[in-house]
Every structure is written in C-alpha cells, then in structure tokens.
Design a protein around this ligand. Structure first.
Ligand code: ZN
Length: 189
C-alpha cells in the first residue's frame, strides 16, 4: 500500500479488489499552506450497529435512501465524508483525496488548534462503541496508516494519531472503548 502523491490516493500494490475509490462530493480545499499532521480514527455503522448493506457509502455520497431505516431521517441533512472507510471484511474505500479537506471531525480541537478537518486525515472503521473491530480491519488500517505516515511524515504515530473522542470529547465517543490503541500503535514502533 502506498499513497500516490500526484493524485493523493492510496494505491494497493498487492491486491486489486481490497481498495476502491468512490468519490464523495463532501470535501473542499484545505487552507493554503496547511501541513497534514494529524490522523483521526473514527467508527460508524448505518443503520447503527448494522454491518450489512451500503449505508455508510451512500451517506458519504449523499445518496442515503431515507425510507430504508427510521434512523436515517435524523441524519438526512448532514453532509459528511472521510478520506477512508474500512469495512468489517477489511475492504478499504477512499472517498476524498488526502490533499483535500474531508468533513469528518466537525467541531474539534487538537492541542491548541481547532477545526481539525483542516489539517487531518480521517479514517472511519465500520463498527460501534459496543463490540470489537475485526482482525481484517486492523490489518487494513495498519497498511493504510503505514502508507499515510510515509507520505505525510509530520503524522508521528504516538503524538499525532488520535480518536474522534479525543478531539471532540463533549460530542463524540468513537472509535470507542473496543478500539485496541496499544495493538494498533505498536505496529509503528
Ligand atoms: Zn467520528
């Protein structure tokens, strides 16, 4: 796995079906001159706790069918995205080039800076606060992270990889108590 710096997209050097690019309209330019120096880990599932279907993909592409689930009426007007989404089976979907500003963090603070979307990359894991993530997800997440930190070396793993719950603590709880931070971060030395 590597990041192609011209397109700012992941390239899977080993497998052709693990990685998909599905463009989301929900992005804009980062502020001029912004260095990408934060990686934010999230979790999401749509409907909440359900891991079948394409709810998250549809949501990030503004194609959610409101009639599919009663919960969807609560989120129908939200315009959000992440750079990457990792499904339960480890499939990776990129929605926004890393060079662009995806809309994943919302109101947020990292150290003394606000608006973390400006300078971060967001990865969503398909999951919830209530159960573990899968081995295939950790394997894909580690591959993606290794590629990202090679391309954007200001993202130093121990300091600059955080959970959404860390940067928006009053609003957000993801990726939640089941995310294995020690196991994940140990992969980067
Ligand atoms: Zn989140």
């Amino acid at each position: 796995m590597k990041v192609d710096l011209d397109s700012a997209l992941l390239v899977d050097t080993q497998s052709t079906d693990r990685l998909l690019f599905i463009p989301s309209p929900n992005f804009n330019a980062r502020p001029a001159g912004t260095e990408i120096d934060l990686l934010v880990i999230h979790s999401i599932s749509l409907p909440p706790g359900i891991y079948t279907g394409n709810g998250v993909i549809d949501f990030f592409c503004n194609k959610l069918n409101i009639a599919d689930h009663e919960y969807y009426s609560q989120i129908k007007n939200l315009k959000v995205s992440a750079h990457l989404f990792i499904k339960r089976d480890g499939q990776i979907i990129q929605f926004v080039p890393f060079s662009q500003r995806a809309w994943h963090a919302g109101e947020s603070y990292f150290q003394d800076r606000e608006a973390c979307n400006d300078f971060s990359i967001g990865i969503e894991l398909e999951g919830s606060d209530f159960e573990p993530f899968t081995d295939n997800q950790y394997a894909s997440l580690i591959l993606c992270t290794q590629a990202i930190i090679r391309a954007y070396p200001a993202i130093t793993p121990r300091e600059c990889i955080v959970g959404h719950q860390d940067i928006s603590p009053s609003r957000k709880s993801d990726p939640g108590p089941f995310f294995d931070w020690e196991g994940y971060l140990a992969s980067f030395g």
